[in-house]
Design a protein around this ligand. Structure first.
Ligand SMILES: Cc1cc2nc3c(=O)[nH]c(=O)nc-3n(C[C@H](O)[C@H](O)[C@H](O)COP(=O)(O)OP(=O)(O)OC[C@H]3O[C@@H](n4cnc5c(N)ncnc54)[C@H](O)[C@@H]3O)c2cc1C
Length: 309
């Protein structure tokens, strides 16, 4: 079985950045990636320094080429299981292959669960949005409907209000809107409509046109803002006995500032450990985790050499 210093599960921004940090320290690295990054549905990525508006696929293609130049190896597959420990080493398996590693970096991202409203999935990433920093500028001054579905929805409404004067909050899940938050929305001129959305009309190219409400009315909108329920893609970590933490956005793996998880030898970076991380933060966390793994291996090897003297 081929043995690596580190195996990285997930080849998005976090995984590729971690791979480059390790390979530049002459580590033998394998990245296993099934190739379905979270923002694949969007045509452009924003707030990416030096690459403003780049296609998410192009950005990863560039990162992958840089990693390949430093000798990083790649496998296109889904990792089905992770076993082992810091003492014995780790084994990761797909249905067809197995590899061994001293350290593991989990960079498998997160899954966004959307409310089940017809049309929403079709518009997701084009004109159904969650993040003002990713897409807010692109919908500035438009008619924007906020789907009131969680305690994050008021926060989103206030942030998008910075970008447009015509914001309507549709109180789809009434329990998520407190009296205090309703007052805050009113204070900044956001109208609250107490109704559920039954359908979203979306054009073939993913543009929202209007929302049908259960009070029989139709609300015109060019964009919909929705708080997805986020869940770290953490089945491999759970299989090792790790557990998940929770915040209002969803569930994630807790790590220290270097990316180390509670399971010795296993690191995590990107959306799997920071639900709010945009590309820049995911990339930085990957670099930090890669550096931490290298430092960890350097120290282990120095101690072993000292013990042999
Ligand atoms: C619609 C949308 C638009 C966005 N737009 C922007 C934007 O404009 N600007 C910005 O900064 N941020 C944006 N983001 C956020 C951005 O997507 C994340 O910051 C980024 O994808 C996090 O990178 P990551 O490497 O942690 O995870 P990902 O990019 O999701 O990469 C994880 C990789 O791991 C792979 N994987 C998962 N499980 C396994 C497994 N078991 N085996 C093998 N591989 C596996 C996945 O297939 C994927 O390739 C957007 C998010 C969404 C949802």
């Amino acid at each position: 079985m081929e043995k690596y210093d580190a195996i990285i599960v997930g080849g998005g921004n976090a995984g590729l950045a971690g791979a480059i940090a390790l390979a530049r320290s002459r580590r033998k690295v394998l990245v296993v990636d099934e190739g379905n990054p979270r923002n694949a549905v969007s045509a452009h990525a924003h707030n990416v320094l030096g690459h403003e508006g780049i296609s998410p696929h192009k950005l990863l293609e560039l990162g992958r080429a840089e990693a390949t130049d430093y000798g990083v190896e790649f496998a296109s597959a889904r990792i089905e299981s992770l076993s082992g420990s810091l003492e014995e080493g780790f084994i990761i398996s797909t249905q067809a292959s197995q590899w061994q590693a001293e350290r593991i970096l989990l960079a498998t991202g997160l899954s966004d669960a959307l409310p089940e409203i017809p049309g929403l999935q079709k518009a997701w990433g084009t004109s159904a949005l969650h993040c003002p920093y990713c897409h807010g500028w692109e919908v500035r001054d438009q008619q924007i409907a906020i789907l009131g579905v969680s305690e994050m929805s008021t926060h989103q409404a206030l942030l998008f209000r910075q970008l447009s004067d015509t914001i309507t909050y549709v109180n789809h899940a009434p329990k998520s809107l407190t009296a205090e938050n309703r007052a805050l929305l009113a204070a900044v001129g956001i109208e609250v409509v107490d109704a559920q959305v039954t359908d979203i009309a979306v054009s073939d190219d993913g543009q929202v046109q209007s929302l049908a409400l259960n009070n029989g009315s139709t609300l015109g909108a060019q964009a919909v803002v929705v708080a997805s329920q986020m869940k770290a893609n953490a089945s491999l970590f759970l299989g090792l006995g790790g557990d998940l933490s929770q915040n209002p956005m969803g569930e994630f793996i807790s790590v220290n500032e270097m990316g180390a998880t509670s399971v010795p030898g296993v690191y995590a970076a990107g959306n799997i450990s920071n639900l709010g991380a945009m590309i820049g933060l995911a990339t930085a966390a990957g670099t930090m985790a890669g550096a931490a793994i290298n430092a960890d291996l350097v120290m282990e090897s120095a101690k072993k050499k000292l013990a042999r003297k």
